[in-house]
Design a protein around this ligand. Structure first.
Ligand code: SF4
Length: 384
């Protein structure tokens, strides 16, 4: 019989597991605290659990994290881990320390099937979904490693962003118990505003998340109109902007003081012109979505054929949005020296979807189209 990894359970799941062993539900709370609050993996360590329960657990359960393949620390304190998830796949998590918070960026899939043009994970293709335990293991490891590393007793990670490798809403079944564990006071006790799911716009799952576990939502927007977004974020062909903006509006209905964070990767000559800012302002006005914009300087990688917007253009773009009353920030790039910045989490996956091939084909088609249709100069500039 294979042992059950207890990192796979939220508290409800663990309670059901304990009941299956003939144990009372409150035992699950004790066990959950040992695992997540104290980082314990050895049942013998769990001194307030009855000896008989410890014996039962040793026979059928484990608390098994992910093997760390590499750890890199940036001069700015950012730490990136590469975790082995087996079968030739590896995923990354990044800790970003700031004065008033410590944020962990967590992966949800080995690779990603969405295939955004500007994202190096997308260029790697998709291998498989991570399990709940593999998602939680990134936080479990990082939190307890950092406490030891920094010599601290209290919590180090105050925020989690599901912005690592993968589209979290395409791994919904594993994601929700992982989020519940992050929020649980018997585990990490993060407030729902400090846990952010970032999606490229899987509309039906946005509705489900709003009903099941309404954490903060970030939407990878990256383009102000369907034509451009179809190219940059292919999922837009399935869920175009009008549907996406309606879903954002619905997400906020139960909590009108919340807002959506729109992420916008600034690509030289592609989506960074004043006209794009004006279209964004119009999009936000007509949809009535309460939002903030986060402009992200693109982290170039050769296969993308894209270039980072010059800093003055990013600033000018931010000013246009801010002048229209939209709260806008420009993301500081962190961990540049260890390739830990946004969109650089490439991990190492076995591409089971041949996405890299399809991306290369798309790029070639785009270049051909540009050569024959000079009326799309912005896209052409990028493709070249
Ligand atoms: S930006 Fe997100 S959704 Fe798009 S390819 Fe990268 S990981 Fe996937």
């Amino acid at each position: 019989m294979t042992a059950t990894n207890l990192l796979d359970f939220d508290l409800e799941g663990l309670a059901a597991f304990c009941e299956g062993l003939g144990e009372k539900r409150f035992r699950a709370t004790q066990l959950f605290r040992w695992i997540h609050q104290r980082g314990a993996s050895d049942f013998e360590q769990m001194s307030d659990l009855a000896k008989s329960l410890r014996g039962k657990l040793a026979g059928c359960a484990t608390v098994t994290g992910l093997p760390v393949l590499t750890q890199q620390e940036s001069t700015d304190g950012t730490i990136k881990w590469l975790f082995n998830v087996g079968n030739g796949d590896a995923v990354e998590a990044v800790f970003i320390p700031e004065e008033d918070r410590g944020t962990l960026c967590v992966s949800s899939q080995a690779g990603c099937a969405v295939g955004c043009r500007f994202c190096s994970t997308g260029h790697q293709g998709f291998s498989r979904n991570l399990s709940t335990g593999e998602i939680v293991a990134q936080l479990w490891f990082a939190e307890h490693f950092l406490r030891r590393h920094l010599g601290r007793d209290e919590r180090v990670i105050s925020n989690v962003v599901m912005m690592g490798m993968g589209e979290p809403l395409q791994n919904y079944g594993a994601l929700v118990p992982a989020l519940r564990t992050m929020l649980d006071d018997n585990a990490y006790g993060l407030s729902r505003r400090r846990v952010t799911v970032s999606t490229s716009g899987v509309v039906p799952m946005m509705d489900r998340l709003g009903a099941d576990c309404p954490v903060a939502l970030a939407v990878s927007l990256h383009a102000p109109n369907d034509a451009l977004r179809d190219d940059l974020v292919p999922l837009n062909r399935k869920y175009p902007l009008a549907e996406l903006m309606s879903a954002c509006k619905r997400y906020l209905e139960p909590a009108p003081r919340d807002f959506i964070t729109f992420e916008y990767c600034m690509l030289d000559g592609v989506n960074d012109q004043p006209e794009h800012a004006r279209q964004l302002i119009e999009l936000v006005r007509t949809s009535g979505v309460s939002c903030k914009f986060n402009l992200i300087p693109f982290n170039p990688f050769p296969a993308s054929g894209l270039v980072r917007s010059p800093a003055p253009r990013v600033q000018a773009f931010a000013r246009l949005l801010a002048d229209a009353g939209i709260v806008t920030t420009v993301r500081k790039t962190r961990g540049d020296d260890i390739d830990a910045a946004c969109g650089q989490l490439a991990g190492d996956v076995k591409d089971r979807t041949r996405a890299a091939e399809r991306m290369a084909q798309r790029r070639t088609v785009m270049m051909r189209k540009v050569q024959t249709e000079p009326e799309h100069p912005t896209v052409g500039e990028a493709a070249r």
